[in-house]
Design a binder for this molecule. Structure first.
Ligand SMILES: [Zn+2]
Length: 245
């Protein structure tokens, strides 16, 4: 168990160092991520607007050619009316003509709506394109800044990652999960703390003397009953090789 406690303590030290490296990057990684999301959203928006514009103008052209052929029909009815032989034929042509004229009016209205829709989309496309250019510029700047910081921290980070892999090797999965859970719930990410003069090194509440004794023997995992952090005896926290019995 002492070996496990040592590994846990070592793991905590490594993770704290990794946290510090991450802190050096500030909120740059988050900023880059958010900008990437925005960029992807704008791209989708642009594609949708382009599709809307294309479809609106295509439908407008279709309505336009329908109007042209309806107008030709009306002209044809007019000339046919000059040649009818009775009122019945004349009235039938009038009805056809009225219906065609009504269709033309309806199509003209539709055409105007489609024209407006297409034009609005075209204006929006220009706006979104400008936004995309701006986003690309900002994103590039942030990426460069992040790369600069990462260049400084990458080597160190790699070392810690390797050390971390070695440290977790001897720790059982459920314990690792507990460690992670405590870590996530604590400000500063400290899940493992040393016993400091009989008190928890995390919340500084006193640990009962009987528990302090048990802890020194490192026979089991002991959690602070106040803050829930895992306690390790001071000989481990101070890096001493042999346990004081
Ligand atoms: Zn505590």
């Amino acid at each position: 168990m002492e070996d496990t406690l040592r590994r846990l303590y070592e793991l905590q030290k490594i993770d704290t160092n990794l946290d510090e490296l991450e802190e050096m990057k500030g909120d740059l990684p988050l900023q880059v991520k958010e900008l990437e999301d925005q960029y992807a959203q704008r791209k989708t928006e642009l594609a949708n607007l382009e599709a809307t514009m294309k479809q609106s103008f295509a439908e407008r052209d279709l309505a336009d050619s329908d109007i042209v052929s309806l107008r030709e029909k009306v002209e044809r009815y007019k000339s046919q009316q000059l040649e009818v032989r009775n009122n019945k034929e004349y009235d039938a042509l009038t009805r056809e003509m009225d219906s065609a004229v009504a269709s033309i009016a309806k199509l003209e209205k539709e055409m105007q709506d489609l024209e407006n829709k297409g034009t609005t989309a075209r204006t929006d496309i220009e706006t979104v394109k400008l936004q995309i250019v701006e986003l690309e510029k900002t994103l590039e700047e942030k990426r460069v800044a992040l790369a600069e910081v990462s260049k400084e921290t990458d080597a160190e980070e790699n070392e810690y990652r390797k050390a971390r892999t070695r440290a977790v090797e001897g720790i059982k999965r459920p314990l690792l999960e507990t460690y992670q859970r405590i870590r996530d719930s604590k400000r500063g990410g400290k899940a493992i703390v040393g016993l400091v003069r009989g008190a928890c090194g995390g919340c500084f509440n006193l640990v009962p003397p009987q528990k302090v004794l048990e802890l020194r023997q490192s026979k089991r995992i002991y959690m602070c009953e106040h803050c829930g952090r895992i306690l390790v005896p001071s000989q481990i926290a101070e890096g001493k090789e042999t346990a004081a019995q």
